[in-house]
Design a protein around this ligand. Structure first.
Ligand code: SF4
Length: 359
């Protein structure tokens, strides 16, 4: 194929991804994903342009707070899996308030509440939202969003959260499908409620119809064992999930994330690690396929890498310490759900972003 013809085909695929109907978008996403060497430069260039058409170049910050690592599920990639012999705990309401306050002093725009598959935690979610609504005025009303990254619920429970919390701060329900490949899903989720693929896949729909203002979706890259083809398929399925939500609920997800699984002490290394260049490509493809959806990145990645992809991502986490009470107890990595690539303090991250005019 001569160069001119090649460029024409490339332009057409990217245009279809940006402007086609959903079917066309998915077709062209597949072609682009399967031909990274050909499309890499155009996708990255176009992703930067599209990002600035919809968003400011500033990076938003979200804090996290783990309120329980009690878990009755076995996920092969998670440090909090019930199979790992760890001492578990659930924070008291006083401890939750302390953990929240410890990060709110840095004025993040969002606070994400996390918990394992803990059968006794439900009432704490409502109380946690109430606590954040109470604390927010003391921190200049910095919070614009409370996200719940928790196990999927049935509709009555989602509705109860909305009704009982009476949150003035918008609520997002965020959950990752982890893998969209049912075979891989079964292999990675061997026991507990999380074995139910469909209940998880439909959770965002239930949350929206129960009154949550927004939802988030994601895939955990590295657990699909089917090589590059498997990882490409995860990205394609994630995009399809976003389109599916739009069709069923009238709303796109507000956030999307594709964390890369990092090795953790008690678990085998990721089966199918996505190398840096391909990961950047995936973020670029997501930006084109979902131009108005906020893309999140986490401190699983090293700081220099996060900086590389800032031109087409929106939100990063603020010095997460991924364990129960991590904001008050600090860096005890033996209790972490995952290891960190960027373990800088909140102050260091904020200073770095300020110096580069990113916040
Ligand atoms: S990913 Fe969630 S449900 Fe699975 S083991 Fe970890 S905490 Fe439990």
């Amino acid at each position: 194929m001569n160069k001119q013809k090649e460029e024409k085909i490339m332009k057409k695929q990217i245009l279809d991804l940006l402007e086609g109907d959903q079917e066309k978008k998915l077709d062209s996403a597949k072609v682009i994903l399967d031909n990274m060497p050909l499309f890499f430069n155009s996708v990255i260039q176009e992703a930067k342009t599209v990002h600035l058409e919809h968003f400011s170049p500033r990076i938003l910050l979200y804090a996290i707070s783990y309120i329980s690592d009690v878990c009755i599920s076995s996920c092969q990639y998670c440090g909090h899996s019930k199979d790992n012999a760890r001492k578990r705990r659930r924070l008291s309401l006083e401890e939750i308030e302390k953990d929240f306050s410890a990060v709110l002093q840095y004025h993040p725009q969002e606070l994400c509440v996390l918990a394992g598959e803990d059968p006794k935690i439900f009432d704490h979610f409502i109380e946690a939202i109430k606590i954040l609504n109470k604390l927010n005025p003391h921190f200049d009303n910095c919070l614009q969003l409370i996200s719940l990254n928790i196990a999927p619920l049935d509709k009555p429970k989602f509705e109860k959260i909305i009704q009982d919390s009476q949150s003035k701060i918008p609520l997002q329900f965020r959950i990752f499908q982890e893998t969209y490949d049912r075979e891989e899903y079964t292999r990675n989720h061997t026991d507990g409620p999380k074995t139910n693929f469909d209940f998880r896949y439909s959770a965002q729909e239930r949350a929206l119809s129960s009154g949550f203002q927004s939802v988030g979706i994601g895939a955990l890259l590295g657990i699909n064992s089917k090589g590059t083809k498997g990882n490409n398929q995860e990205i394609l399925s994630l995009i399809a999930h976003a389109y599916d939500l739009k069709t069923k609920t009238g709303q796109f997800p507000e956030s999307v994330a594709i964390p890369r699984l990092q090795p953790i002490p008690e678990q085998p290394s990721p089966k199918n690690f996505v190398e840096d260049k391909r990961y950047i490509f995936y973020l670029g493809v997501l930006r084109l396929a979902l131009p108005t959806v906020k893309i999140y990145i986490t401190a699983r990645e090293v700081a220099s890498f996060i900086e590389t992809v800032e031109p087409f991502i929106n939100v990063r986490d603020l010095a997460p310490r991924p364990c129960v009470g991590g904001n008050i107890n600090g860096m005890d990595i033996t209790k972490f759900q995952n290891l960190l690539g960027d373990s800088r303090s909140a102050k260091e991250i904020i200073n770095d972003l300020k110096n580069r005019n990113k916040i």
